[in-house]
Design a protein around this ligand. Structure first.
Ligand SMILES: Cc1cc2nc3c(=O)[nH]c(=O)nc-3n(C[C@H](O)[C@H](O)[C@H](O)COP(=O)(O)OP(=O)(O)OC[C@H]3O[C@@H](n4cnc5c(N)ncnc54)[C@H](O)[C@@H]3O)c2cc1C
Length: 381
């Protein structure tokens, strides 16, 4: 594995840094503290993504035929690192470019590709992810939202929960049970559903993560054309497994944690605390965790750049990223108490993200179970 960036990737990073300096408003830190679901941030992220797209920086790693620039997986990873370190100004669109677009590229019909991919690569569309249900979170295959065939449509009934950003979404990447007789991994399908389809009701779940972040989505007799199904009928689990491999290392949360850590160290210096060996040790430990998460993530990116199949390294990287985030958040509290957590402060959003990081995209325990089975070859029970 090469640890140095190629010169053109290093130049790209410098150009992007200069662009961010100009494109992010002065009050960005405070604005982003409200979370990507807030009206202000959602509006900003649309504008920001369109500007990225104009420069070819929204989907640089996609094939040219789909609005990309044929760049390597590294280019996309660098982009994600830098954007996450400044609070992810792409907002919900990080999901589009990380895994929704790639899943459509892999499994979509020609019509679906023509409809969705140009809009994603232009930064012109918001998606949400309709996976979790009240009785199906970690055990996602327990999902019960039913999609029954009726002529050329599916009729969908069920409830989704914890759906992020849905209040602004144009489409939902919806997981349904299309075979009512099926159980577990079989009989699941993916539907690409326009959010203005009649029968969809959205209710916010207030949460500590951010304004208008989580929602319940009620689907009542929602008619979705069969042409909106992504991939083969009843075989949606393969589609989701493919997408989740991208999602788990898609968010460079460790980069944001490292940036918060810089702010912590700076504050410790200004308070005269940096000479304290205990403080130094704690800062060093947290830095090591951020670096470990970065290197483990880079290992996955390297495999992807070499077209190797996804492995449990993805789960290892996810766990390391979560732990790095949590270590930095704990340290902020330890060093500065509640001062670090006042709304809009440097460590506030870090803390809120860290609290939920071990649950999102599969709880840490679930990731560890996957590592035990796939990496260490241990039995399931
Ligand atoms: C920030 C955030 C954003 C999210 N966004 C979305 C979204 O956009 N769309 C969407 O569909 N969902 C979303 N979710 C939901 C997320 O996918 C679920 O919360 C997650 O899958 C866990 O499911 P659950 O909440 O039902 O918890 P449960 O499945 O009830 O798990 C609770 C806890 O039990 C433990 N546990 C569960 N199973 C096992 C096991 N097999 N072994 C050991 N321990 C276990 C874990 O500690 C886990 O944290 C989001 C969640 C968060 C926190």
């Amino acid at each position: 594995m090469e640890f140095d960036l190629h010169e053109d990737d290093a130049a790209f990073r410098r150009d992007l840094e200069a662009f961010l300096h100009e494109a992010l408003p002065e009050d960005w830190e405070a604005r982003s503290a409200d979370g990507p679901g807030s009206e202000a941030q959602a509006a900003f992220s649309r504008e920001f993504c369109a500007r990225l797209a104009e420069r070819g920086w929204l989907t640089p790693h996609w094939p040219r035929e789909h609005g990309g620039g044929d760049a390597s997986a590294w280019r996309h990873a660098l982009l994600g690192e830098l954007l996450w370190s400044v609070g992810e100004p792409r907002g919900p669109q990080y999901m589009n470019v990380n895994w929704i677009g790639p899943a459509i590229m892999q499994y979509g019909s020609e019509e679906q590709k023509a409809l969705h991919l140009p809009r994603i690569s232009a930064g012109d569309v918001l998606w949400c992810q309709g996976f979790s249900e009240p009785e199906a979170g970690s055990d996602l295959v327990a999902l019960r939202t039913l999609a029954l065939r009726d002529g050329d449509d599916y009729v969908v009934n069920g409830t989704k929960i914890w759906t992020s950003y849905v209040n602004h979404a144009d489409y939902c990447f919806l997981l349904v049970r299309s075979d009512p007789e099926s159980t577990r991994h079989r009989g699941i399908s993916v539907l690409l559903v326009p959010m203005d389809t009649p029968g969809i009701e959205v209710r916010e779940i207030p949460s500590v993560v951010g304004e208008r972040y989580f929602h319940e989505v009620f689907l009542r007799d929602v008619r979705v054309p069969v042409s909106c199904r992504l991939g083969p009928e009843h075989e949606g689990w393969g589609v989701v497994s493919y997408a989740l491999q991208y999602e788990r290392v898609g968010a460079a949360r460790y980069a944001r944690a490292a940036r918060t850590l810089d702010a912590l160290a700076e504050r410790a210096r200004s308070r005269g605390q940096l000479g304290d060996p205990t403080v130094q040790e704690k800062l060093g430990e947290a830095r090591a965790q951020c670096e470990a998460a970065r290197v483990l993530t880079w290992r996955v990116i390297d495999q992807r750049a070499h077209d190797l199949p996804p492995s449990a390294d993805t789960n290892v990287a996810r766990v390391a990223g979560t732990r790095a985030e949590q270590a930095v958040a704990r340290l902020a509290l330890e060093l500065f108490g509640t001062e670090a957590l006042s709304h809009g402060s440097f460590a506030d959003s870090q803390f809120r993200l860290a609290m939920t990081a071990g649950v999102a995209v599969g709880a840490t325990e679930v990731q560890l179970n996957l590592v035990a089975q796939r990496f260490l070859g241990l039995p399931r029970e």
